[in-house]
Design a protein around this ligand. Structure first.
Ligand code: AMP
Ligand code: DBH
Length: 542
């Protein structure tokens, strides 16, 4: 049985094949192409791995999983950080047609529960070094709650039986891969989301492979590429834009950093002569600060290209990169749902500094809609509408949400407000979706509001963004309560629900009531004005 998903209409699928976008090859082809390559593919804190080893280890793990009964049509929940095993596991699962969700390492109980409830995984792969899996307490509960789980493998496990390392080293004579069909779901990508439950994005081999090949072309990745992955490894950006998979496609080398801090990254860049990396805007600020403090950018001299995306890069910050970091900037405006825009390496400075680039495929269809759904001319701000050969056609198992997120012609409304320049470049101008973009990390307001409302003393809650110099946006929770609630207690309440730390509100403001719009929705625009006005809404309990 294959995973249900919303397919592209026949006529478009035919077009995408005719134009050579969909090549009907599985994603494991990226690795098969390099199977006999003895160059180093990946380096993490524990060591390096050649392409040949990556091929062998992923075969061994695939065989081990098969012997344990995992088979095509099964799904897997995976949570690994920036370690080489991430790609051993990813390719192994693809090789046997098991469809994974790769949770971020920052995710906690609530997120994992949500993914497991949605995909009903047969397999869990996690890491003992993650707070949730340090002992068996959470694992036992989780297994009890998700009876679909038949197998568990843990990185850093004590017992052989559940040891990921042991499974990866299981020898075998021959292995034949049996991936899912190329026009079927290869894996689920995570949406930043705006709803109560994080949505899953089915990505097919055909569409994802195309987005990787195109990215490689646009960003000119090749065997000389030495890419530092400093962002969370499971995120769409460092996976595919061109990210790790782009590096592997080109036969280059990827170095994994534990985090994007200057302290960690500068050393790695110097040591491994990194020539390209990808950051979110706050990391750029911190790198510039570090260069100022240390009085030198010498460690970065090998760096040729810095990709910045995930959140809007301000023009002032953009303008400092070339001089102070000493490399070229590329803006990347992408989404796990598909569409990726890049400024091009040959673009003039004006475009690179002031736009978020333009779509990478000639058959990405993109237009700007007003509130009535009419197309707006260049220069005017409206909603981004898009469809194309690597943009999904529906969230997994979410008919109601899909009805809202797509128009009748299958155009996806990303919730971003953009304008187009006369020459077709995109400028991100704002957002309609109920989401906070905290320096590239997305927070769905509703998810946090629901968790806050579980508190016995909270009558109503609204999460909104507040401007922040470093992060671009931070989150502020407006709380209606009859008693005074202190921020630490509220944070504790949320932590107890088990959510990623970055989702904890940066600030809590208690109000008597939440303002409503004429139609009776919470007026978040008005709440956001709190941070602009001289005299904010009367607050207490901060
Ligand atoms: P996600 O849903 O987590 O894949 O996040 C995708 C969203 O991140 C987009 O819809 C935008 O809102 C935001 N985003 C990504 N890149 C940029 C960028 N370069 N500038 C502004 N916003 C961005
Ligand atoms: O923010 C994103 O999701 C994103 C940013 C840049 C992305 O998915 C991508 C490039 O592919």
């Amino acid at each position: 049985m294959s995973i249900a998903f919303t397919a592209w209409p026949e006529n478009l699928a035919r077009l995408y094949r005719e134009r050579g976008y969909w090549i009907d090859k599985p994603l494991i082809d990226i690795l098969t192409r390099q199977a006999n390559n003895d160059h180093v593919a990946m380096i993490d804190a524990a060591g390096s791995m050649t392409y040949r080893e990556l091929e062998k280890q992923s075969n061994q793990l695939a065989g081990a999983l098969r012997r344990r009964g995992l088979t095509s049509g099964d799904t897997a929940l995976v949570q690994l950080g920036n370690v080489n095993e991430f790609y051993v596991v990813f390719f192994a699962l693809l090789k046997i047609g098991v469809v994974p969700v790769n949770a971020l390492f920052s995710h906690q109980r609530t997120e994992l529960q949500s993914y497991a409830s949605q995909i009903k995984p047969a397999l869990l792969i996690a890491d003992r070094s993650h707070a949730l899996f340090g002992d068996d307490a959470f694992l036992d509960t989780f297994l009890g709650q998700h009876p679909s789980l038949r197998q568990v493998a843990l990185r850093g496990a004590q017992s052989e039986e559940q040891s990921l390392a042991a499974w990866i080293s299981e020898q075998q004579a021959t292995f034949t891969a049996s991936p899912t069909a190329a026009d079927r779901v290869a894996f689920f990508q995570l949406s930043g989301g705006s709803t109560g439950t994080p949505k899953l994005i089915p990505r097919t081999h055909n569409d994802y492979y195309y987005s990787i090949r195109l990215s490689v072309e646009v960003c000119r990745f090749n065997s000389e590429t030495r890419y530092l992955c400093a962002l969370p490894i499971a995120h769409n950006y460092p996976m595919s834009s061109p990210g790790a998979l782009g590096v592997f496609y080109g036969g280059g080398q990827m170095v994994l950093a534990a985090d994007p801090s200057a302290l960690v990254c500068f050393q790695l860049i110097e040591k491994h002569q990194i020539n390209v990396t990808a950051l979110v805007p706050p990391a750029v600020t911190l790198w510039l600060q570090a260069i100022e403090e240390w009085g030198s950018n010498q460690a970065l001299s090998s760096l040729k290209l810095l990709q910045v995306g995930g959140a809007k890069l301000g023009e002032t910050l953009a303008a400092r990169i070339q001089n102070e970091i000493g490399c070229q900037l590329q803006q990347v405006f992408g989404m796990a749902e598909g569409l990726v825009n890049y400024t091009r390496l040959d673009d003039d400075e004006q475009h690179i500094l002031t736009t978020q680039g333009y779509p990478m495929s000639p058959d990405d269809e993109l237009w700007v809609a007003d509130e009535q759904g009419n197309s707006l001319p260049a220069g005017q701000v409206g909603r981004l509408m898009t469809r194309g050969p690597y943009t999904f056609r529906g969230y997994y198992n979410s008919p109601e949400h899909n009805a809202e997120a797509f128009d009748d012609n299958g155009f996806y409304c990303s919730g971003d407000l953009i304008s187009l320049t006369e020459d077709g470049y995109v400028k991100v101008e704002g957002r309609l979706k109920d989401q906070i973009n905290r320096g590239g990390e997305k927070i769905a307001a509703e998810e946090i509001e629901n968790l806050l409302l579980r508190h016995a003393d909270i009558v109503n809650a609204a999460l909104v963004s507040m401007p922040d110099e470093l992060m671009g946006e931070k989150s502020c929770a407006f709380i209606v309560s009859n008693v005074e609630l202190k921020s630490p207690a509220l944070r504790r309440h949320l932590r107890e629900q088990g959510i990623a730390e970055f989702k904890l509100p940066d600030r809590f403001i208690r109000v008597e009531r939440l303002p409503l719009t004429p139609v009776g929705k919470i007026d978040k625009k008005l709440l956001r004005q709190t941070f602009e006005a001289q005299s904010p809404i009367k607050t207490s309990g901060e």
